[in-house]
Design a protein around this ligand. Structure first.
Ligand SMILES: NC(=O)c1ccc[n+]([C@@H]2O[C@H](COP(=O)([O-])OP(=O)(O)OC[C@H]3O[C@@H](n4cnc5c(N)ncnc54)[C@H](O)[C@@H]3O)[C@@H](O)[C@H]2O)c1
Length: 324
């Protein structure tokens, strides 16, 4: 294979972002798109010079090597299963589903077909996250504080729990994925929620407590009731070490003065995630940093927090394993 032929399921905001990025790769060819809204598919096709096809099998017929699945959380499952059966590599946007059941089914289908699948947890590709991993190596983490304090995103389905799964599953999952990467698996969660997003039924504010399998404790605080994006990130504390990772900066403080800070290049991480996926499809690498099987663990954690908030009980997670 000399170039990677790519299709899209879903022609919304994040699909456009990937298409713009992939258009700059000389070894990627955008071939076809499908969307349940034919007008969106047509507009996307016109903008990026590819074919609009009515349904997912049309991507298979178009001969794509890989497909980006960029649909709302409640629409995952059938597309991935059809594409996996045709042995087409997948880049699946987070969250990978609304609940555990669909995601487990997709994971089984991918495993059965032996198909490469990456998930859009692109923070893992940030150089700042890599530096954080290095600084934390051999330093047992005691405390992790995750935050996602934001406005409601401008997509109509987001405020409806049955479509998005709520803020923790849909959005704060990025921070949970980082927590798993940098601190380890979570063994137990409890959570409380308050308020409701305007015009919908998702929680307006959530706070969760986390007990990591390695012994560390943590919290996640999220709200979507602001009119602006206030902050999203993760603070991690080990003995005599404080590390603060945001979307724009990484700050490390270890008692030496002054604290060390470095900017975080968000676009570089997004580009690297797409680049790594295309390289893996073309056989230049044999792994990605965000495999579906690993994203499934992050998804289970987000679903556990949502469940703990709804059912007002502690939820224990089983089968935690080390993050690659
Ligand atoms: N990784 C990131 O940084 C990032 C950024 C933005 C969005 N996302 C995720 O991407 C997903 C999509 O977000 P978006 O902002 O593009 O939403 P969007 O509403 O702009 O686009 C979704 C598109 O999917 C289409 N669609 C719905 N059901 C479909 C189906 N069964 N088959 C084909 N098309 C279908 C819709 O018509 C719509 O055009 C969300 O889960 C979101 O969390 C991830």
């Amino acid at each position: 294979m000399t170039g990677c032929r790519i299709g899209f399921v879903g022609a919304g905001g994040v699909a456009m972002r990937h298409a713009r990025m992939l258009s700059g790769f000389v070894d990627a060819e955008l071939v076809a798109v499908t969307d349940t809204d034919p007008g969106r598919a047509q507009a996307f096709a016109a903008e990026f010079g590819l074919r609009a096809v009515p349904e997912v099998p049309g991507l298979v017929e178009a001969g794509v090597d890989a497909a980006y699945v960029c649909v709302p959380p409640d629409a995952h499952g059938p597309a991935e299963e059809t594409l996996a059966a045709a042995r087409i590599a997948l880049f699946v946007e987070k969250p990978i589903a609304l609940d555990d059941t669909v995601a487990e089914g997709v994971a089984t289908a991918l495993d059965r077909a032996g198909v490469l699948a990456s998930v859009g947890h692109h923070w893992r590709y940030s150089a700042a996250v890599e530096q954080a991993r290095q600084v934390l190596a051999g330093r047992p983490v005691r405390l992790a504080l995750g935050t996602w304090l934001d406005k409601v995103p401008p997509v109509p389905w987001w405020v409806h729990r049955a479509q998005s799964g709520g803020q923790v599953v849909e959005q704060a999952i990025h921070v949970l994925d980082l927590a798993r990467l940098l601190v380890g698996e979570v063994a137990e969660v409890h959570a409380f929620a308050d308020g409701t997003a305007p015009g919908g039924d998702v929680d307006g504010a959530t706070v969760a407590t986390l007990r990591f399998a390695g012994g560390a404790v943590g919290t996640l605080a999220a709200t979507c009731l602001l009119g602006w994006k206030h902050r999203a990130g993760l603070e991690i504390f080990a003995d005599d070490l404080a590390l603060s990772l945001g979307e724009d900066t990484l700050e490390i403080r270890d008692g030496s003065e002054p604290p060390r800070a470095r900017p975080v290049d968000r676009d570089a991480a997004k580009r690297a995630a797409d680049r790594d996926f295309v390289d893996a499809v073309l056989g230049r690498t044999d792994t990605v940093r965000t495999p579906y099987t690993d994203a499934l663990r992050t998804h289970r954690l987000a679903c556990a927090i949502a469940c703990a908030a709804t059912q007002r009980r502690t939820v224990r997670l089983e089968g935690g394993a080390d993050v690659p």
